[in-house]
Design a protein around this ligand. Sequence first.
Ligand code: BYC
Ligand code: FE
Ligand code: FE
Length: 475
Amino acid sequence: MTAINLTERIPNNVNLAGDRTLQRALEHWQPRFLNWWHEMGPEDFSAADVYLRTAVGVDAQGWASYGHVKMPDYRWGIFLADQIADRTIGFGDSFGAPVWQQVPGEFRSQFRRIIVTQGDTEPASVEQQHLLGHTCPSLYDLRNLFQINVEEGRHLWAMVYLLHAYFGRDGREEAEEMLTRHSGDVDKPRILDTFNEPIEDWLSLFMFTYFTDRDGKFQLKSLAESAFDPLARTCRFMLTEEAHHMFVGDTGIARVIRRTLEVMKEHGTADPAAIRRAGAVDLPTMQRYMNFWFTSSLDLFGSEVSSNAATTFANGIKGRPDESQYQDHNCSNATFEMEVPDGQGGVKKDAAPLRNAMNEVMRDAYIKDCEIGVKRWNMQIQRAGHEFRFSLPSPRFRRSIGAWLQVPTDPAGNLISAAAYSEGMPNWLPSAKDKAFIKSLMQRVVAPGKIAAWIAPPDRGINNLGLDYEYVKLA
Ligand code: BYC
Ligand code: FE
Ligand code: FE
């Protein structure tokens, strides 16, 4: 492994100093990235000292160091997981051949499209979250937000490195474009829809990091299988950072629930209006936020049947998450059964060639992973003696991509009339009133050890530090 040199202008373990042309090109992009960070990154916190972890190696043990850093001074860099000796291609038409250290010419545009799409989501999420610091429920949470933001910035670096190093002039142009598209921009929005949705409150942040960062986990896992070895190694390292993002979502939601259960107990009621009056988030409102972010994230897997998916699988570009769990890595003679609308208000079974159904295979795995948290949250509620249970909506519900696009169903997946759908929506997704209420709770709390009244404190602090530690020293 090439050690990480943190003293270089761009910290890296890819021996950047050995390729002066590439180094210069990336050093040229660096100030543009910083300009973007200043304009679109966390608003108003440039001078704050934030207790951040910084990648200093890629080993399983001890890859990070912790310390107070001003975010603009964060050491964004290029870190690839160690090369696996004699690694061979694990799926598709070239199964068993040695992995590629360069992008084969015939697959160039497909690789570029996937890398650009992946890269685009990273700065998009920072843009979505750029005002949240103002309304943090605690310094602990503020620090976690900023940790996620700097790491998503680093994930952009990871993709920009690949574009610069392996795609020549059009790669450099794509790297520029990463900084000119913006989340929610009418003229130049981000590529995938979920990343154009505003994240204006912390409940949405927790839902986003639970559900949408988890799409990141599955997409990165499938790209970690790629035949293009630098992409695989980059994604393998990104996954180590991703775990914390999902942790923030998982524990964030659990903490909101815990606080709500306390309030339910104190007031001896489950009535949403009473819970709201007491300053906590009622459980049905949480369910609506969950419905929104889960269904939006389901779209991120693409259509159930996709020729893009078949091609990227065949060509070794994108495998399935944890490809080694399967027996058949070629998949050209298999089919995948799924239920699709029959166009007459009913449902029919359809079989697609497995390669074309890879998006659906991944979505299924993703849904199972999402269920784990839901089970745990429901246990919390059950232990407190309440009947309420969260449930994830059916993957048919409120879809904007694929076979169920604009097919009206209720959250359970039953086909319903368009009128019933519009009528049900206010109960299924956060209403304007819900959003206004959640916003009203978002009061900034920044005294060390203090926490907003709508959320319980975390079980423990960061890196074995206490809850009253000054995780962010505000300027
Ligand atoms: N919104 O054949 P189809 C993360 C487009 S998250 C808008 O069905 P395909 C993170 C699609 O691009 C992980 N457009 O789908 C999380 C295509 O357009 P073109 C991000 C969409 O291509 C939190 C057309 O519809 N990584 O890292 O098989 C914080 C037909 O598409 C959407 C990746 O996504 C949508 N939801 O699969 C920070 C991995 N869905 O090309 C970061 C890279 C589809 O015909 N991307 N379309 O103009 C991919 O692997 C694939 O592009 C997709 C789509 C899975 C997204
Ligand atoms: Fe990321
Ligand atoms: Fe993430």
